[in-house]
Design a protein around this ligand. Structure first.
Ligand code: NAI
Length: 283
């Protein structure tokens, strides 16, 4: 049986994923602010490196998989924590755990993105660029124009940057080349303590009041089934995917936008990537 690190293990979808893995006989090393094997605060760089060190120690330096579910919802005053936990709390943990994942040979990692990455309208490109380039200090200025809605744009921006980081990282030599299958799940509204708290707030409710073609809310156990599949041999050929399980909201708003062919303006980049692949000697 395998050994899996799960962040956000104390609540909601992280808890459901851990339960599903334990039921299947796997060992789970849970990370959270409370009720976890590794109690660490992922909103601070020190907490993130401590979490990595303790998971590596507990796992003996070999992990079959990781689930990054810890997150902060777009409640008033949460913008800074969202950037730290939802973006850096995933990217830094994954980077720190990478050697342990590589040691397993065909490990799988699943990060929690959100349909907010694509259905939050008009997320500033500069915000996503700041996150991806490590210029986190720019984020407050970039969010200032959004006023009370800043947490919602921080949330959508952090999840969009995470999806972009993940798709580029997943296919790199250090990840795909080391046999690690890195993918993301992008849930829609799922009935967890995070969603319950958001449904009680005004500004978040405006953005949460989105059409769900299939109706209703998802359940944590449903998402846990998808996570389990993405950690199983069924995902051996899965790499860099962002799997939407959102009742159809993304397809409703963005059905005409994706999949999309590379536009003529992107052809030079397409050819350069193909050439780089040929020169890399990877098969
Ligand atoms: P939740 O609030 O039920 O659980 C989140 C967990 O993250 C909690 O146990 C919390 O203690 C932990 N956490 C928060 N800040 C932390 C910190 N600084 N250090 C360590 N742990 C921390 O949330 P839920 O709904 O289960 O969300 C799981 C993931 O799914 C999150 O990344 C969230 O953004 C994402 N998501 C949630 C949706 C929803 O409708 N519930 C929809 C789409 C994505």
């Amino acid at each position: 049986m395998g050994s899996f690190a799960v962040s956000g293990v104390a609540s909601g979808m992280g808890k459901a994923a851990a339960h599903r893995l334990r039921q299947a006989g796997h060992e789970v090393i849970g990370i959270d602010l409370r009720d976890a094997d590794v109690v660490a605060d992922l909103s601070a760089a020190a907490g993130r490196s401590e979490a990595v060190a303790r998971v590596v120690e507990r796992s003996g330096g070999r992990l079959d998989g990781a689930v990054l579910a810890a997150g902060v919802g777009p409640l008033p005053g949460s913008a800074a924590a969202i950037v730290q936990v939802n973006f850096l709390g995933v990217t830094e943990l994954l980077s720190g755990l990478r050697p342990a994942l590589a040691a397993a040979g065909n490990a799988k990692a699943v990060a929690f993105c959100s349909h907010a990455a694509s259905v939050t309208p008009a997320i500033p490109a500069a915000l996503v660029r700041a996150l991806l380039s490590g210029r986190i200090e720019r984020v407050p200025d970039l969010l200032a124009p959004f006023g009370d809605y800043a947490p919602s744009f921080a949330y959508g921006g952090a999840k969009l940057a995470l999806a972009r980081w993940l798709r580029k990282t997943a296919v790199s030599t250090d990840w795909a080349g080391a046999g690690i299958r890195l993918n993301a799940i992008a849930p829609g509204p799922v009935r967890t303590p995070m969603l319950d708290a958001l449904l009680g707030g005004e500004t978040a409710r405006d953005l949460l009041n989105l059409p769900v073609p299939i109706g209703g809310y998802g359940e944590p156990a449903q998402i846990a089934e998808w996570v389990a599949l993405m950690l199983s041999p069924a995902a051996d050929f899965m790499c860099g995917s962002v799997v939407y399980v959102d009742g159809g909201t993304d397809a409703y708003f963005r059905g005409g936008d994706w999949p999309a062919s590379t536009p003529p303006s992107g052809l030079a980049g397409w050819l350069a990537r193909q050439q780089a692949w040929l020169e890399s000697g990877r098969d």
